[in-house]
Design a binder for this molecule. Structure first.
Ligand code: 2NL
Length: 339
């Protein structure tokens, strides 16, 4: 019996050494230690062993089982270590690989246009300043030289909260707020939402956006205004863009002008885009009225300045050739995805 067990063990050792994979090792385990395995067969044959011999033979079978168990375990650990080392060598994780992006939406055409305008003016040393959308009549009208009987103040045109407070009709009220702080010189742009009591159509909306700009310093002249806005137009619409200043009237500037740029579609020869004129109107501007400077605590004898206002939607519609302003407010994802 002892001899038989030794033979089983030797055979197991041989087969364990020959096993080339964890699966093969599993087969060896079943062959020797399984329910129908060779050791179990020996145990089943115990009934033929003399009663006084049984404990000894039982112990021998157990020792053999434990020995084979240990050999199997050792071989498996060795094999696992080799497999792991091989995996570490071949399965390199590239930690520099960019992660998969989640679609999180993107910028609205208004935002793209605003950031472009901000980039241009920040490049010329301007500060971006924001103010409240619900504004005092004093800042929105009075200090901008728009007196009580001015048509802009009609209830048809302006949303009134009460007789002293309105939804701002322009972003200009930000400028008196800055001037009042008394820190000169000023180079600023004021972007933001404004409100007018308008019906919705392809070119009107009761809520839209403006960017106003203002410079106050000593010896600022109309030449500074022209040069600044010429650079702005070239940066925004291309190096070949020409500008035309047409006399106009605003209550808060004197003299005032409207600015046209050569059509960036046809270069000025006239097309459908510029309605055959070769020119496209983009903004209003002028030299800050002395009354405005005085009311905001700036001495017009010592300081002068210029100001301008552009409609953000107008810039976005022009730049991206959108023919209906309502598209900018409806936020249809199929439209927005194109920018
Ligand atoms: C337009 C015209 C303009 C201004 C805005 C301004 C502000 C102050 C003083 C003087 Cl505090 N002027 N702003 C000046 C001229 C034109 O906007 O057509 N905007 C869309």
């Amino acid at each position: 019996m002892k001899q038989k067990l030794q033979t089983i063990k030797d055979e197991a050792v041989k087969q364990i050494q020959e096993a080339a994979s964890p699966e093969k090792l599993g087969d060896v385990r079943i062959r020797f230690l399984g329910k129908k395995g060779e050791l179990t067969a020996v145990l089943k044959g115990m009934k033929d062993v003399a009663a006084e011999e049984r404990p000894k033979v039982g112990q021998l079978v157990n020792e053999t089982r434990e020995a084979i168990e240990a050999l199997l375990e050792g071989a498996k650990n060795k094999m696992d270590a080799v497999i792991r080392a091989e995996k570490l060598k071949t399965e390199v994780i590239d930690v520099t690989l960019p992660a998969e992006r989640n679609p999180i939406g993107h910028r609205h055409p208004n935002t793209i246009a605003l950031e472009e305008v901000e980039r241009i003016f920040i490049g010329m040393g301007y500060e971006v300043v924001e103010g409240p959308e619900v504004e005092y009549d004093l800042y929105n009208f009075e200090e901008l030289n728009i007196p009580a009987d001015h048509p802009a103040k009609d209830e048809q045109d302006t949303f009134y909260i009460n007789k002293d407070i309105v939804l701002r009709t322009q972003t200009s009220p930000v400028q008196p707020r800055v001037m009042e702080q008394g820190k000169l010189p000023i180079r600023m742009i004021a972007p933001g939402r404004v409100f007018r009591s308008d019906e919705v159509d392809a070119t009107h909306s009761p809520s839209f956006h403006q960017i106003e700009g203002m410079v106050i310093d000593k010896n600022i002249s109309f030449a500074d205004l022209k040069g600044t806005l010429e650079i702005f137009a070239k940066e925004l619409f291309g190096e070949d863009t020409k500008t035309k200043f047409r006399p106009h009237h605003f209550p808060f500037t004197e003299p005032s002008a409207e600015v046209d740029v050569t059509c960036f579609k046809c270069g000025g020869s006239g097309c459908r885009f510029c309605k055959g004129t070769g020119w496209i109107e983009i903004l209003g501007c002028g030299m800050v009225h002395p009354n405005v400077l005085k009311m905001c605590g700036v001495d017009p004898e010592e300081y002068s300045g210029f100001a301008f206002g552009v409609g953000l939607e107008r810039i976005a519609l022009l730049k991206y050739e959108i023919d209906d302003m309502r598209l900018l407010f409806e936020n249809d994802i199929r439209f927005l995805k194109q920018f």
